[in-house]
Design a protein around this ligand. Structure first.
Ligand SMILES: Cc1cc2nc3c(=O)[nH]c(=O)nc-3n(C[C@H](O)[C@H](O)[C@H](O)COP(=O)(O)OP(=O)(O)OC[C@H]3O[C@@H](n4cnc5c(N)ncnc54)[C@H](O)[C@@H]3O)c2cc1C
Length: 297
């Protein structure tokens, strides 16, 4: 049986605490101006993967595409129980829409050996499209079960999952490898104290280089420190677009047909409210107005 569950996790702006300019003039998210959090449903996807690790001894690899700072979310995953982290980071990934994002993630998934399941959150709270999981399944040519709440059974060849549907649930069986998108049906475990003590020291190569002086760092010192971390299982894998085997014409802005033209913050004011008298005439007049502006009819 394939042994790896690959979970894609995303660090997202905390949309409950927006400060400064949330958008760049190009219409992409100004991530540096916003506090970053673990995308909520990706925590559920990670928890599902960790439950599979507990039940079947599977290896849990987590991966994210983002700026160097996104290594934080991988450390978080390691502290919760993941075995390995991969950071996809490169200027060539910047400004990606869902098509370019799912392409980059598919390049990553194709490089990870022995994958039985790919897990994604259902939706990220910044872009909010819920397209990346299904697009990724298509690019990997694997079946998908969306809105997964729980994995009921798993064998060497199949997975059986319960997915949420309106007013109930469905139980589906799918051959492996498969991709599942996960909804908020479980209770993500907290970080474990012993793992925090170990993995708070985990670093990517970029972080090692930055700590040793950035561009001026002595390459030999960087190499030695990376080797030391690797030996302790504390070196987080870092891939550029080329490392991931990506075609640069299909990544980032270059590979993104979607252009966000404008984002507006709509604030309703008291002047937008209209009082309707609770009488037959009042209601009749309201209905006429709604038909006239095509809200009804
Ligand atoms: C206001 C606004 C509107 C936008 N509209 C569109 C649009 O109409 N069409 C479009 O194509 N793009 C759009 N985008 C861009 C979109 O935010 C990006 O494509 C984004 O990187 C991925 O889409 P998502 O956040 O919607 O992911 P979703 O599809 O909602 O994410 C689902 C899951 O995929 C995984 N995932 C997604 N991104 C990553 C990542 N970087 N690393 C690891 N895992 C990941 C996670 O598991 C996540 O839970 C818009 C962005 C903004 C700010």
């Amino acid at each position: 049986m394939s042994r790896t569950v690959l979970v894609f996790v995303k660090q997202v702006p905390d949309t409950q605490n927006i400060t400064g300019d949330a958008m760049t003039p190009e219409g992409t998210v100004n991530r540096s101006a916003l506090p970053a959090i673990f995308n909520p449903e990706d925590l559920n996807a990670l928890e599902l993967a960790l439950q599979l690790k507990d039940r079947f001894g599977l290896h849990v690899t987590v991966a994210t595409m983002g700026p160097p700072k996104a290594a934080e979310i991988l450390r978080d995953c390691l502290c919760r129980g993941a075995d390995e982290g991969i950071l996809l980071t490169d200027r060539a990934f910047a400004g990606a829409d869902t098509l370019a994002t799912s392409y980059a993630l598919s390049c990553c998934a194709n490089k990870v050996p022995d994958v039985a399941l790919v897990l994604c959150g259902r939706q990220a709270i910044d872009g909010d499209t819920a397209q990346v999981g299904p697009q990724l399944a298509e690019k990997l040519h694997v079946p998908q079960i969306c809105y997964t709440e729980e994995v009921l059974a798993m064998t060497a060849s199949h997975v059986v999952a319960r997915r949420r549907i309106q007013g109930g649930y469905e139980v589906l069986q799918s051959p492996l490898p498969s991709l599942l998108t996960v909804v908020d049906g479980n209770d993500p475990r907290p970080m474990a104290a012993r793992r925090i003590m170990k993995y708070k020291r985990a670093r990517t190569l970029s972080e090692v280089r930055a700590a040793l002086g950035g561009k001026d760092a002595d390459p030999a010192a960087v190499k030695a420190e990376a080797a030391r971390l690797q030996k302790q299982g504390l070196l987080i894998t870092e891939w550029s677009a080329l490392d991931a085997g990506a075609d640069l014409g299909r990544t980032g802005l270059a590979g993104s047909p979607t252009k966000v033209k404008q984002v507006m913050s709509v604030v309703l004011t008291a002047g937008d409210a209209k009082k309707i008298e609770p009488t037959a005439d009042g209601v009749g007049q309201l209905i006429h107005e709604l038909i006239a502006d095509h809200t009804l009819g």
